[in-house]
Ligand binder design. Structure first.
Ligand code: HEC
Ligand code: HEC
Ligand code: HEC
Ligand code: HEC
Ligand code: HEC
Ligand code: HEC
Ligand code: HEC
Length: 311
């Protein structure tokens, strides 16, 4: 090959490459999520504005867990549910033409958790960004019914008939699901609304909505002499996921891990002191064999009298 040909070919290749780079803006637009979104659930909706002239395939996800989108549903929009991990997630959107990557965009999303030291304090640039405003819903309303179609206290016979199901199905997919959530009575808790912020906020602190149904617990715990701090502060959701989870009672971690997540130092000190009857991890006992997680008339929220435990 003559040097001139090589030059021409390289120039052409460069031109094709650059035009694809400059065309990128119009190819895929990420409608949701916003950059630097902060959230607590491990699922996310990704919605793209697309122009199919420029590519044949689009995949989204957190590398290497990428999935191809079904582009046949619409000319202008592509929608997906994806899974995230705790902490920082770089959500990638990649478009391909003839197997070649022609566009790549990304959004950073942070999933925080009170129960892990390393995920408790997200970097400052992340912000909670709510979705359900009129403005955002109008972007979807052409194809999705955005209205509430649940009837108070009446479970859906077929949960797929809930208007919320299509976009939020993953929220109840874990093994243990909480009755009102599993029955898609979402607004039994998401009953607060703030114009321009979201139509589906919850009461703060959370216990106000929990006690609307769990009245017996409220009476029992409010009248107890000792109340566990996170419960007393109204933060039931620190330990329980209000929707679903992999552990019984949808607590966010295995029982002992949930306690030790906040009590490592204290617990170890209690165990080290000679007279302590606090065992737990030492013998593989469950913390909740001796302590209740909520409230009790005995100090240290013990379920039995100290003498009985020390025997
Ligand atoms: C067309 C899709 C769509 C439908 C239908 C939908 N949502 Fe959402 N919803 C979203 C998106 C997108 C978010 C942002 C979080 C995410 O990506 O998961 C969101 C977030 C939320 C949030 C968090 C607060 C907020 O405003 O961001 C709640 C609560 C919620 N949805 C409840 C509901 C309920 C209740 C229904 C049914 C009445 C519903 N959603 C129907 C797409 C939808
Ligand atoms: C041009 C039509 C159109 C628009 C606009 C649109 N969607 Fe969709 N979306 C669809 C279709 C069609 C489906 C597939 C429905 C099904 O499978 O039942 C879908 C499915 C979804 C899913 C489920 C994806 C999956 O793989 O399970 C989510 C989440 C979603 N849309 C969110 C949104 C959100 C949020 C908006 C607004 C920002 C939006 N969509 C706007 C047409 C649209
Ligand atoms: C028992 C009360 C309760 C019910 C029922 C409930 N939620 Fe929630 N939801 C909450 C609370 C409390 C939060 C606040 C965030 C947290 O604790 O993680 C929340 C947060 C959310 C979020 C935002 C999570 C994030 O990542 O920031 C979404 C989305 C959501 N709920 C959707 C739904 C949908 C859809 C339903 C119906 C299937 C539903 N919820 C039913 C209590 C509830
Ligand atoms: C709309 C009514 C309603 C609301 C609001 C509600 N729950 Fe429930 N919850 C139920 C029902 C119904 C059950 C299943 C029956 C039962 O075991 O009591 C249940 C079960 C539970 C269980 C499992 C109990 C068991 O023995 O298996 C836990 C834990 C729980 N709820 C916690 C919460 C928390 C935390 C909140 C607030 C974030 C909350 N609930 C808000 C109705 C509600
Ligand atoms: C420190 C973590 C923690 C907090 C905070 C917490 N729970 Fe629990 N909860 C648990 C654990 C762990 C269990 C399982 C206990 C068992 O199996 O004995 C449980 C069980 C339950 C049960 C079923 C058993 C029972 O005792 O009735 C209900 C209902 C419940 N929690 C509701 C709530 C509500 C409502 C709040 C807030 C007012 C709350 N929890 C706050 C950890 C917690
Ligand atoms: C979200 C954090 C958190 C979780 C999870 C948690 N605790 Fe606590 N707990 C606290 C705080 C805060 C206090 C009050 C301050 C202190 O004593 O450390 C407390 C106090 C206690 C006390 C009383 C200590 C004293 O000196 O009076 C006991 C006992 C206890 N927790 C046991 C448990 C058990 C058992 C579990 C698991 C079911 C658990 N905690 C889960 C935050 C937590
Ligand atoms: C065999 C019963 C038993 C088990 C199991 C147990 N504890 Fe204890 N724990 C006690 C008793 C009794 C006390 C009261 C003080 C003492 O005797 O040390 C106590 C005290 C504590 C205190 C307060 C310590 C202080 O000095 O303020 C914490 C926190 C605690 N336990 C956490 C846990 C955790 C977390 C687990 C599970 C990993 C657990 N306990 C398992 C019996 C138990």
């Amino acid at each position: 090959m003559r040097p001139f040909d090589l030059f021409a070919k390289t120039a052409l290749a460069l031109f094709v490459f650059l035009s694809s780079v400059f065309a990128e803006e119009s190819m895929v637009e990420i409608i949701t999520p916003k950059e630097n979104t902060l959230q607590t659930e491990l699922t996310l909706n990704v919605v793209l504005g697309i122009d199919k002239k420029h590519f044949e395939r689009v995949e989204v996800g957190v590398f290497p867990d990428m999935k191809s989108l079904d582009l046949s549903r619409s000319e202008s929009t592509a929608c997906a549910n994806i899974s995230l991990g705790l902490g920082e997630n770089r959500v990638l959107v990649r478009a391909y033409k003839k197997g070649v990557l022609v566009s790549e965009e990304s959004r950073n999303v942070y999933v925080s958790s009170e129960l892990y030291h390393q995920f408790r304090y997200p970097p400052k640039d992340y912000k909670k960004s709510y979705f359900h405003t009129d403005e955002n819903e109008n972007l979807c309303a052409k194809c999705h019914d955005m209205s509430v179609n649940e009837v108070e206290n009446i479970a859906f016979v077929d949960v797929t008939k809930s208007n919320c199901y299509g976009c939020h199905k993953n929220i109840n997919k874990e093994k243990y699901a909480h009755a009102p959530s599993a029955n898609w009575l979402c607004t039994s808790c998401h009953q607060e609304s703030k114009k321009g912020v979201s139509k589906y906020l919850t009461k703060e602190p959370t216990d106000a909505s929990c006690f609307e149904c769990h009245k017996e617990n409220e009476e029992l715990w409010r009248s107890a002499k000792y109340r566990h701090e996170p419960l007393d502060a109204g933060h039931c959701n620190k330990c329980h996921n209000p929707h679903s989870g992999p552990y019984s009672m949808f607590i966010r971690k295995d029982v002992n891990q949930i306690c030790l997540g906040c009590h490592k130092d204290k617990h170890i000190k209690a165990r080290e002191s000679k007279n302590s009857a606090c065992s737990g991890t030492n013998y593989g006992d469950l913390c909740i064999e001796c302590h209740t997680p909520h409230a009790s008339n005995r100090p240290f929220f013990l379920k039995k009298a100290l003498e009985e435990i020390k025997r």
